[in-house]
Design a protein around this ligand. Structure first.
Ligand code: 5GP
Length: 194
């Protein structure tokens, strides 16, 4: 990440498909680098081991004290955090996080571009959450928090993307990012001439 890097943030309720969308985005856009979060949540059955760095609470809390997170938040009893991106590589950083974390990112990086990912309908959210194999109780809690996350997300987001189809949604985000990159390049060139 270097001074000219874009920071793109995906937020939205659990089950909306942010993880799948984030992976499609990095597959389709070679400039994007997906940050891997730390969490104290145990892995779900069938979850790929590289989705997160899974750690004990004590390890996570030590990393907080050492200032190793760009942002972190407690979400439904577990801690989640984005490690401070390292290096000077020319990449744009993609984060897939919840709203409290996005508020911290915005405070530190006012230029961050925040995308709220919305489900096409509440039924989509429920069927995706159930399909993940989470417990009933867990599904109920996630569904109950969705309206709050959506309304907080709308206040925060620069763009609202409906995840009706992952390829279409990814294409929409990529064209917005391309536009922002062009805008930045144009701004830089103006700066050189002026
Ligand atoms: P899940 O347990 O379903 O994987 O994630 C729960 C929520 O935590 C999701 O909204 C996800 O986007 C968010 N999340 C994942 N990683 C991070 C992170 O590093 N920081 C924050 N603040 N939220 C995260």
């Amino acid at each position: 990440m270097c001074a000219e890097s874009l920071v793109a943030v995906l937020i939205g309720p659990g089950g909306v498909g942010k993880g799948t969308l984030a992976r499609r985005l990095v597959d389709r856009d070679p400039r994007l680098w997906l940050s891997r979060s730390w969490t104290t949540r145990p892995p779900r059955s069938g979850e790929r081991g590289d989705e997160y760095v899974f750690v004990e609470r004590e390890t996570f809390e030590r990393a907080i004290d050492e200032g190793r997170f760009l942002e972190w938040a407690q979400f439904q009893g577990n801690l989640y955090g984005t490690p401070v991106p390292s290096g000077e590589a020319e990449v744009d950083v993609l984060l897939e996080i919840e709203t409290q974390g996005a508020i911290q990112v915005r405070a530190q990086q006012p230029d961050a571009v925040i995308f709220l990912i919305e489900p096409p309908s509440p039924e989509h959210l429920e069927s995706r959450l159930r399909g993940r194999g989470d417990s009933d109780d867990h599904v109920r809690r996630r569904l109950a928090s969705a309206p709050v996350e959506l309304s907080a997300g709308r206040d925060l987001a620069d763009f609202v993307i409906v995840n009706d189809d992952v390829e279409r949604a990814a294409g929409e985000i990529i064209s917005i990012l391309e536009g922002l990159r062009r805008h930045r390049r144009a701004g830089k060139e103006d700066g050189h001439h002026g």
